[in-house]
Design a binder for this molecule. Structure first.
Ligand SMILES: Nc1nc2c(c(=O)[nH]1)N=C([C@H](O)[C@H](O)COP(=O)(O)OP(=O)(O)OP(=O)(O)O)CN2
Ligand code: ZN
Length: 145
């Protein structure tokens, strides 16, 4: 079980949910500045996803917690992130699988799912911890990725 206090995000919506989950993945950062991290190594990533909205769906959910976990966990758990060429590559820094980019990518995948729901929830924040001492908070600007 994950117990952590996360930064809160201000918003005008009536409902807010948060989903915690973790996944194990390997990566490398293809930059000399990454030092030892330019070589393949692994992490247990801890994620917290914040979603908000004004309307519930036919189940009384803003969105099903289980679906949010499955979207990300099924895609990234026990993978080499760099192999996911739909999201990452070795050429563009905005596509290197850094904590920043992985957090943004998670937000994009989640929002793409939410955009297909009739009640139109919004992904407001992704907190992604890569190591015990390093994490990133990603917040889409004005609901735009
Ligand atoms: N801004 C970023 N800096 C670094 C990233 C990143 O994604 N964004 N990534 C790395 C490495 O991938 C590494 O896995 C994490 O680095 P670091 O926090 O330095 O890891 P340590 O466990 O060695 O940290 P200590 O606190 O010194 O034990 C590097 N930088
Ligand atoms: Zn790393």
């Amino acid at each position: 079980m994950i117990h952590q206090i996360y930064p809160s995000v201000q918003h005008p919506y009536r409902y807010e949910l948060n989903k915690d989950f973790h996944f194990a993945a390997a990566h490398y950062v293809p930059s000399d500045d990454a030092g030892k991290c330019q070589y393949v190594h692994g992490h247990t990533y801890f994620a917290n996803i914040t979603i908000a909205g004004d309307e519930l769906d036919h189940s009384g959910f803003l969105v099903n917690f289980a679906v949010i976990k499955k979207l990300i966990h099924d895609r990234f758990d026990h993978t080499l992130l760099n192999n996911d060429t739909a999201n990452f590559n070795d050429k563009e820094p905005e596509r290197f699988p850094t904590t920043e980019v992985v957090a943004r990518t998670i937000a994009e995948i989640v929002q793409s799912h939410l955009d297909r729901q009739p009640n139109k929830p919004k992904c407001l924040q992704v907190f992604l911890r890569e190591t015990p001492t390093s994490y990133v908070v990603y917040r889409p600007k004005d609901g735009v990725m």
